[in-house]
Design a protein around this ligand. Structure first.
Ligand code: UD1
Length: 379
């Protein structure tokens, strides 16, 4: 038997985990000889019903076996609290493999614990094989907490699973050995492909009273939302866009608290051409992306989802760790200059948006490839 422990902590992790859950279930159904035991640990980094629980339900992931319930905090206290609470769990369970996804604080915290752990002497291993899914992505912007998490997690992981061809040369340039890296495709896209039909049946548009075309907006990057001098021009820009098209804006808790602090939330609320919503469930949000004319975002994963759904995506960042979405997909990386945002969105609304292609191996089978490789490396 192979024992895999997977970590999930924040919203974007849950979609990635769902692909692994499904791949393990498929393996166990098809193969009685080497069963895989899958233990899910939720760190509790995201804890709201709308940021966490609803995803487990929508995605059909079993409830976590263990919840560390760390909650919010500064980067240092959140990371430290996860580490403190995770160490005894790892020592108790002693999995063969520790699988982490993405780039959130939970990812680096659990990786760091596993890299220094020493299992009891009666165990066949000294520590788990550490596996990073979605390795090798780089924005080259170390002011992003996620970039620091990515670099550190890759450095101390044993096996690195990548989503884009460019990741291999990047990892090699950082000293990672070729044998550690496997280009497997994109687990987030596995989950999208598995749920897109179900999402089509979502009644979110009726619930929000949307019967006209719309632009979908999401914002939560600290560099965009934490300071008034960056957030206010973006909001003004959205107000200008509403002169051309209705906007739907599900608001992340971090963004909501900034908007309220800077007196901007009321301005949005008063505009009849803006529909505000709480954070949405996975299926409802997928439906909104699929039917949007344009998506404006600063998220990482949404750049990928729009590429696969062939919806133009305007990314309000100076860099992206996912260049394939710009080079092959439908993504426009345009920064936060208001004139440029309005011009790009207008051009797309006039029907001149990128059509894009689907990147190599984003075919819905990344999770299965990962489980197969783990079985051959770890059994
Ligand atoms: C985190 C990730 C980011 C990911 C994002 C998706 C890190 C460093 N960042 O950013 O990579 O793209 O999640 O959402 O790990 N809050 C709630 N309810 C919750 C969770 C958070 O109200 O369930 C509030 C808290 O007040 C918290 C704030 O949102 O202070 C930010 O949450 P946090 O997990 O620290 O970072 P995110 O901005 O969500």
């Amino acid at each position: 038997m192979l024992k895999i422990m997977s970590i999930a902590g924040a919203r974007p992790n849950f979609m990635k985990l769902a692909s692994i859950v499904r791949a393990v279930e498929k393996h166990n159904d098809d193969n009685e000889k080497t069963p895989v035991k899958h233990i899910i640990v939720h760190t509790g980094q995201h804890y709201d019903q709308k940021m966490s629980d609803s995803f487990f339900i929508d995605l059909g992931i079993p409830q976590p076996d263990i919840n560390l319930e760390v909650g919010s905090g500064s980067h240092a206290s959140q990371t430290a609290e996860i580490m403190k609470r995770f160490e005894p769990v790892l020592l108790d369970q002693c999995p063969d493999v520790l699988l982490v996804v993405g780039d959130v604080n939970s990812t680096i915290a659990c990786t760091l614990v596993a890299s220094k752990i020493e299992y009891p002497a009666d165990q066949k291993r000294k520590r788990p094989i550490i596996v990073h899914v979605e390795a090798g992505l780089r924005s080259f912007d170390r002011d992003m907490p996620e970039e620091v998490n990515r670099i550190l997690t890759d450095t101390i992981s044993d096996l690195l699973f990548t989503t884009e061809e460019s990741c291999l040369s990047q990892l090699q340039s950082e000293g990672v050995a070729l044998e550690q890296v496997h280009f497997v495709g994109n687990v987030m896209i596995d989950t999208l492909m598995q749920h897109v039909e179900k999402a089509e049946r979502s009644i979110i548009k009726e619930d929000l009273g949307l019967d006209n075309p719309y632009v979908l907006v999401t914002l939560h990057r600290p560099s965009n939302v934490d300071r008034q001098e960056t957030l206010q021009p973006i909001i003004e820009c959205l107000m200008q866009i509403t002169q051309q098209q209705h906007i739907v804006f599900p608001v992340h808790p971090r963004t909501k608290s900034s908007l309220e602090k800077f007196g901007l939330f009321q301005i949005l609320e008063k505009n009849p051409a803006i529909t505000l919503a709480d954070p949405l469930g996975y299926l409802d949000f997928l439906k909104l992306i699929k039917d949007a004319k344009v998506v404006i975002t600063d998220s990482g994963g949404i750049q990928e989802e729009t590429t696969v759904l062939k919806v133009p995506c305007v990314t309000l960042r100076e860099n992206t760790e996912r260049p394939v979405t710009v080079n092959i997909g439908t993504n426009y990386l345009i920064g936060t200059d208001p004139a440029r945002i309005v011009k790009t969105v207008s051009e797309i609304l006039q029907g001149n948006g990128k059509k894009g292609e689907i990147p190599p191996l984003w075919d819905g089978h990344a999770g299965e490839r990962i489980v197969e490789i783990l079985l051959s490396c770890a059994s």
